[in-house]
Design a protein around this ligand. Structure first.
Ligand SMILES: C[S@@+](CC[C@H](N)C(=O)[O-])C[C@H]1O[C@@H](n2cnc3c(N)ncnc32)[C@H](O)[C@@H]1O
Length: 194
């Protein structure tokens, strides 16, 4: 099996890292929800050596993530465990940082809602959640390409682009501290546990 590859990850990892360097500066243990190929995990663990990075996803993605880890081992990079929001129970390990990229629009609405609720409950006071992806504001798309992408997602059975206001409502224990514009009409939302 070859390592799975996402060109989008190669394009966005550097701009995302700049955000994480700032907002995960005080974090010691970070959970990544929906690690996908594993490219983000290996890159962020290598460049954020002060913290432990824990990858997770559905078990069908573990072999691919592990190939990336084997090719780029870091003492602070941990193998994937199964975390499917809506199916698996929340891990008992405490995390003071959580990262998730491009998951809320893939998840069904009840899963995205549950993810926000679980994160709001699990993070300690001052804990940080960095959430990357396309988002809507006040029901509006930020670009025509995001509107087209949303139609495509829904036609494939995925949940679709989320409104920031819904995420705020579902994750009421979190404060939305920052919304950082990223390339390709994406955002990084920075949430902090109140
Ligand atoms: C579009 S991919 C993004 C992967 C990677 N984070 C990236 O940015 O390239 C969406 C990921 O969300 C994961 N996912 C979908 N539903 C999920 C759920 N209910 N709980 C956790 N992860 C989920 C998928 O397995 C997949 O890895």
């Amino acid at each position: 099996m070859d390592k799975p590859f996402s060109q989008a990850c190669e394009n966005n990892k550097e701009p995302i890292l700049k955000v994480l360097i700032q907002h995960f500066a005080q974090c010691k243990r970070v959970l990544e929800i929906g690690s996908g190929t594993g490219q983000h995990g290996v890159y962020f663990a290598k460049n954020l050596s002060h913290l432990a990075w824990h990858t997770s996803d559905a078990s069908s993605n573990h072999a691919g993530i592990q190939l990336w880890i084997n090719a780029n081992p870091s003492a602070n990079l941990h193998p994937p465990f199964s975390l499917v929001i809506g199916q698996d129970s929340w891990p008992v390990t405490p995390y003071d940082g959580i990262f998730s990229a491009n998951t809320a629009h893939i998840m069904q609405k009840h899963e995205a809602k549950l993810m926000m609720e679980l994160i709001a409950e699990a993070l300690p006071k001052g804990g940080v959640f960095c959430q990357y992806g396309p988002f809507n504001q006040d029901g509006h798309y930020s670009s025509q390409s995001n509107a087209d992408f949303d139609l495509h997602l829904k036609s494939q059975g995925y949940g679709g682009i989320r409104d920031i206001e819904d995420l705020q409502y579902w994750g009421r224990g979190l404060e939305l501290c920052d919304q950082i514009s990223m390339p390709a009409n994406n955002l990084t939302l920075v949430w902090k546990k109140r």
